[in-house]
Design a protein around this ligand. Sequence first.
Ligand SMILES: NC(=O)c1ccc[n+]([C@@H]2O[C@H](COP(=O)([O-])OP(=O)(O)OC[C@H]3O[C@@H](n4cnc5c(N)ncnc54)[C@H](O)[C@@H]3O)[C@@H](O)[C@H]2O)c1
Length: 331
Amino acid sequence: MTVIVTGGAGYIGAHIIRLLAARGDDVVVVDDLSNGRADRVGDARLEVADLAADSTVDRLAALFREVGARAVIHLAARKRVDESLTRPTWYYRQNVGGLAHVLEAMERADVPSLVFSSSAAVYGAPSSALVTEASPTAPMNPYGETKLAGEWLVRDAARAWGMRCLSLRYFNVAGAGWDDLHDPAALNLVPLVLGRIRAGLPPLVFGSDHPTPDGTCIRDYVHVLDLAQAHIAALDHVALAGAVVDDDAGPGADHVLNIGTGVGSSVLEVLDAFAVATGAPVVPELLGRRAGDPPQVVAAVDRAVDVLGWRAERDLAEIVRSTVRAEVAAR
Ligand SMILES: NC(=O)c1ccc[n+]([C@@H]2O[C@H](COP(=O)([O-])OP(=O)(O)OC[C@H]3O[C@@H](n4cnc5c(N)ncnc54)[C@H](O)[C@@H]3O)[C@@H](O)[C@H]2O)c1
């Protein structure tokens, strides 16, 4: 099958295209290389294009027809929460505008299926211990809003012309599936902690009096290779099995799936995993709580298991071990 992977030169995309290539799919990467690297796409064809530019639609439609694309995995997006707060219009243009262009080109070129990168950021600060796809969505920043708007746009396009689609809400993605594919962005706890350790600084812990067993925040860390495998399962589901948007399925029940492990890890447990992986004690600096930080965000994963037959296989220890290995290899 010929698969277009937008953002395929990025951290998660590079893992997905390696799995696709390994099973013999033809992969075409579309990426503007703003945060990606050409040397990560392997033998896949790379089209350097800015998806947010209006002129890209014609070029994409022509490309999709030329290669006989059967599916798009749309990862390309800007992902910095802080930047989204200062540049909201640009974030909407990039993340929602870029997606609209991809969908327009797919409609013109009759590409029937899409897997869309969404995020647990659509939930904001959930009040329940386990977040299901039907939990209320209340993003807390423009980044999360662009992901929720993206899900709506995908759903509406699917309703309008029968495209098959799945939107995957990733929880906290970390680790490396191969030592040469480390996460160059320090945007979640795992790379942030490693950065502090390497700089000889204590990792910062925001809040040690949360209503959790050890007082620190609990999150659901999913290994990037498990996440990449979820995309392969999702791709096969939309391309082969269906996943047409079902208007009667109720809110959150039709085309969105949580992609996490279902297991929460506290900040202190992450630090312990680093102590084991590096063989050195990790002593944190304890600070006050950050405003709006929910004590616990953990995915309910039953739906991904039911729909995709996929379940995360790697644990926190492997996430941290692989992060350390890949960081050493990148030096
Ligand atoms: N990393 C995470 O923890 C996480 C969590 C939830 C959701 N996501 C989503 O997963 C997707 C991939 O994330 P990632 O961590 O691999 O990020 P990344 O920045 O490494 O990859 C994104 C890729 O998209 C490309 N890109 C960005 N804007 C583009 C544009 N306008 N036109 C063409 N290419 C463009 C970048 O060059 C980059 O290669 C994103 O949609 C992100 O929002 C990531």
